[in-house]
Design a binder for this molecule. Structure first.
Ligand code: HEC
Length: 127
């Protein structure tokens, strides 16, 4: 029985390993996920700033379109012409909107009964 359990564990580990291997690696130089379309971003989005600025952002297609359009309009980014669609598709897929669980950032307020007593005003030392 015990050996069956061990076999199951080994199978499980092999399966998990295979799943991870199927995911895309991250390019150590740019930090970009090497999924289809990543070269477009690697070639076009490193010229003026580090690609870290790309990987630190998240948003849907509309967000990325607006961000890139702002760069086209004001920062001298060239028209992406026929690479607009694959670039936006790559960005919104691999750097897409995330639902943030805001509760991880801040604790709930403490019950007033649990709060420490108010700090007493400092007593002036007589000299
Ligand atoms: C012609 C220059 C240029 C190119 C090429 C360029 N950018 Fe930018 N980008 C800028 C400038 C300038 C800023 C503002 C930098 C700053 O605030 O430090 C910026 C900022 C950003 C920001 C941050 C926006 C924000 O609101 O904080 C993101 C995301 C971004 N770029 C993504 C990209 C992507 C994706 C590409 C490739 C399609 C790209 N950039 C190509 C000039 C460029």
């Amino acid at each position: 029985m015990k050996s069956h359990i061990n076999q199951l564990i080994v199978c499980g580990l092999l399966f998990t390993g295979a799943t991870f291997a199927a995911e895309y690696p991250v390019d150590p130089q740019s930090g970009l996920i090497m999924a289809p379309g990543w070269e477009l971003v690697n070639y076009q989005c490193n010229a003026c700033h580090t690609s870290m600025i790309v990987t630190q952002n998240r948003g849907d297609k509309a967000f990325w379109q607006e961000t890139l359009q702002w760069m086209v309009d004001t920062q001298g980014l060239w028209d992406l012409s026929d690479t607009w669609e694959p670039t936006l598709s790559y960005l919104s897929t691999y750097y897409g909107q995330v639902e943030m669980d805001m509760t991880i950032f801040r604790r709930l307020p403490i019950e007033s009964s649990q709060l420490p007593p108010p700090v007493k005003p400092a007593v002036k030392e007589s000299q």
